[in-house]
Unconditional design. Structure first.
Length: 188
């Protein structure tokens, strides 16, 4: 007997996930609270994002420089070093010109949100036989729409829009995880 479900044994999946319903709810509460916090100060949320990314890029550049010198005899030393220097320069630019970095990150984030939204919608439909699957689809639709809003407003409103969409996305992911977890708990 063949099944069209992406999960061959839905009862086993439900049995595996149901005892973990509390983890979904806990994750949802954390994400919802982070979203509310970010919504409280959109500029701070945007700047925090820019400075965090800048810091990670600088740390990544340092690691790449060390790596370049560690594999110096390999023959790709100058390419590795150039890559590290460019990565580090981008990280420094985030601190030197946060507005420009926010605009660049807004564009990258818009594209990422669109892709992530499509993926969440697809995953939600894959869970369709399970109760609460629609919450995953709803989360994906909101994420997809957020990415489109980013593109439409770019670059004029990237300082506050970056923080706003981050806050909204976190909040909706939180609500989605809470709803899914509570649905798992209620499912026999």
């Amino acid at each position: 007997m063949s099944s069209t479900s992406p999960f061959p044994d839905l009862a086993a999946l439900n049995a595996e996930l149901r005892p973990k319903w509390g983890w979904f709810v806990a994750l949802g509460v954390v994400l919802l609270l982070l979203g509310i916090l970010a919504l409280g100060n959109l500029l701070a949320a945007t700047l925090a994002s820019v400075f965090f990314v800048g810091t990670m890029m600088i740390l990544g550049a340092i690691a790449e420089v060390i790596h370049a010198f560690r594999v110096k005899g390999w023959g790709g030393f100058f390419l590795l070093l150039l890559s590290a220097l460019l990565y580090g320069a981008a990280g420094i630019l985030a601190f030197a010109d946060p507005a420009l970095a926010a605009a660049a990150l807004t564009l990258v984030l818009a594209i990422s949100l669109i892709a992530s939204g499509i993926l969440r919608i697809w995953m939600g439909f894959r869970l369709r036989p399970l109760p609460g699957w629609g919450w995953g689809v709803a989360s994906g639709v909101v994420t997809l729409l957020a990415g489109v809003v980013f593109l439409l407003g770019w670059p004029v409103n990237s300082l506050w829009l970056l923080g706003m969409v981050l806050a909204i996305d976190l909040a909706f992911q939180g609500v989605s995880a809470i709803a899914f977890g509570l649905t798992l708990k209620a499912t026999p």
